[in-house]
Design a protein around this ligand. Sequence first.
Ligand code: PGA
Length: 251
Amino acid sequence: MAQKFLVIANCKQGGRTAFFDQLLSELASCSVFDDISLVVMPPVPYLGQLVSASPQVFQWGVQMVSGRSGTAWTGSYDASMVAEIGAQYVCIGHSERRQHDREDSLVTISQYQQVVEAGLTPIFCVGETAKQRAQGQSITILESQLSAVFNSDCFAKLPKHDIIVAYEPVWAIGADKPADAQSVSTEFSWLTSYLTAQFSHGQYTLCYGGSVGPGNCQQFAKLPEVNGLLVGRASLDIDAIKGVLLECSGY
Ligand code: PGA
């Protein structure tokens, strides 16, 4: 059976109970789920109640896990905990966490390991800054972010697993003027060759993220290498996320 197009809703630190109740009821009635797999990543405090309330068409993820083992980490939670309450996916390496929470490659490696060992699927975010792009370093940055994990000692010992790689150029996230698909096609070609050669553990799915919404989602969905979208702000606007789902059904 052909793989469904993936839409991942990254709700960041947004939404409250009333919003999520409305999101569930409005999205459940969308007739797109023969074509689209939807993964919603709410803030963790809402995950348990949402999983219990949601219809089968939804899949659930979280925006981070600690990557640390043991209990003496006040305020942290690990991948096995979110697995117990229904998460199937975990975002790692998001640029907001790399930048503001100082999650460097070592943190990303330990999170990746923890996610896979808990039986969950990593949504591995990579992308260059505007400055790095201006200096012609986009591919170098993507390679260093991916190879930090794939060349790490722990990676080879992990069980077989699938991954989602989300190319999210930092300059396109939260931007007033989103990227156009043509300007990121070189990176997608490179990512496809790299992942085909370097990731033999299972299947990979390649997504685009950065100011995706209705009106521009189709141009990314049309890129031959792209099998999904990571949607940030638009996932906190019910009409906008419905628009993305409807416009992308059929890809
Ligand atoms: P954005 O966020 O769609 O609001 O640009 C994307 C993301 O941070 O994953």
